[in-house]
Design a protein around this ligand. Structure first.
Ligand SMILES: Nc1ncnc2c1ncn2[C@@H]1O[C@H](COP(=O)(O)OP(=O)(O)OP(=O)(O)O)[C@@H](O)[C@H]1O
Length: 256
C-alpha cells in the first residue's frame, strides 16, 4: 500500500551547509499493518513521517501510496502528531466535527459521526467539555478521534503518547490496539519506547543516525490480540525488547 523507494532528504543548516537527514530509505507497508519506527534522537523518524504525510518534500526518491506518488497532504493519510492542537474555543464534539463540516457534511451528520468517534475513544460524557477541562490523555484521545473521523486509510502517529504518564499511556495503547483491530487502518507509529513498539507492532523499524537510515526491520511474531499483562511473562516479548534495545545502544555508540 505504501512503497518508499530510494528516499532521501537534505536540509540546509543555519550555516548554509547541506545536512543529509535521511539517506536511501526503502520500505513497503502492507494495508492494515501496524509498523513502529524507533531509533536515536535525530535519526529522521519525524521527517520520514512528515514526508509520507506530504508535509515535507523529498530531495530524492519517491513515496507511492497505492501506486500514486505523494505530492502533498491528502485525506487518505491522517496525522496524529505530538502537539495535539485542539481548538480551545470549540467543545470536544465541535473539535471532532470540524473537519467533517469542512468536507461538506451537514451539522447533524458531522455531529452524529463525531459522537460515534467519541464513544470509540471512551469520551462520550465529555462531548460538551472544552479542551482546557481535559487531562493530557483525554486531549490525545480527542486528537485521535478527530483524525479517525474522516476515515483515513493510513494513520501517521508521531510519538502520540510521549507526553503522557505511564498509566494513561498504557490505557491509550490498549485502546489504540482495540480500534486498530476493529478498523484495520495502516498505522505508522514513531516512538522512543521499545516496549511500546514491540507491544503494538507487526514490524519494528530500527533506524540509525548520521545519516538517518533504516538499520533493521524486525517482524514481531507475537499472537494477537495481545494483553500487556500477559506479555510481561512472555519470554519472546522480553527477547525482542532486549534485542532492539541492544541495537539502539550499538547505533548510538557507533554515532558518538
Ligand atoms: N526543517 C528542518 N530544517 C533543518 N533541519 C531539520 C529540519 N527538520 C529536521 N531537521 C534535521 O533533520 C534531522 C532529523 O530530524 P527529525 O526530527 O526527523 O529526527 P527524529 O528522529 O524524529 O528526532 P527525535 O527522536 O529527537 O524527535 C535532525 O538532524 C534535524 O536537526
Amino acid at each position: 500500500m505504501i512503497a518508499i523507494e530510494h528516499l532521501s532528504k537534505r536540509f540546509k543548516t543555519a550555516a548554509g551547509k547541506d545536512h543529509l537527514a535521511l539517506s536511501d530509505i526503502n520500505l513497503e507497508l502492507q494495508s492494515g499493518e501496524f509498523v513502529s519506527i524507533i531509533g536515536p534522537s535525530g535519526c529522521g523518524k519525524s521527517t520520514l513521517l512528515y514526508m509520507i504525510g506530504g508535509f515535507v518534500p523529498a530531495s530524492d526518491g519517491k513515496i507511492l501510496i497505492d501506486g500514486r506518488p505523494v505530492t502533498g497532504p491528502g485525506p487518505d493519510r491522517g496525522p496524529v502528531f505530538q502537539e495535539f492542537a485542539l481548538f480551545a474555543w470549540k467543545t470536544v464534539l465541535q473539535n471532532i466535527a470540524y473537519g467533517l463540516r469542512l468536507q461538506g457534511k451537514s451539522k447533524p451528520e458531522a455531529e452524529e459521526r463525531a459522537r460515534v468517534l467519541l464513544r470509540m475513544v471512551g469520551l462520550e460524557r465529555f462531548a460538551n467539555f472544552y479542551p482546557k477541562e481535559l487531562s493530557g490523555g483525554m486531549k490525545q484521545r480527542v486528537a485521535i478521534a478527530r483524525t479517525l473521523a474522516y476515515n483515513p486509510e493510513i494513520l501517521l502517529m508521531d510519538e502520540p503518547f510521549g507526553a503522557l504518564d505511564a498509566h494513561t499511556r498504557t490505557h491509550l495503547q490498549r485502546d489504540l490496539l482495540r480500534i486498530w483491530e476493529e478498523h484495520r487502518k495502516t498505522v505508522l507509529f514513531v516512538t522512543h519506547s521499545v516496549e511500546e513498539a514491540v507491544y503494538l507492532s507487526d514490524r519494528v523499524i530500527v533506524m540509525a543516525a548520521g545519516p538517518g537510515r533504516i538499520a533493521r526491520i524486525i517482524p514481531i511474531e507475537l499472537e494477537r490480540p495481545r494483553q500487556r499483562s500477559e506479555l510481561m511473562f512472555d519470554r519472546r516479548y522480553q527477547e525482542y525488547i532486549t534485542e532492539i534495545e541492544g541495537m539502539i545502544d550499538a547505533f548510538e555508540a557507533a554515532a558518538a
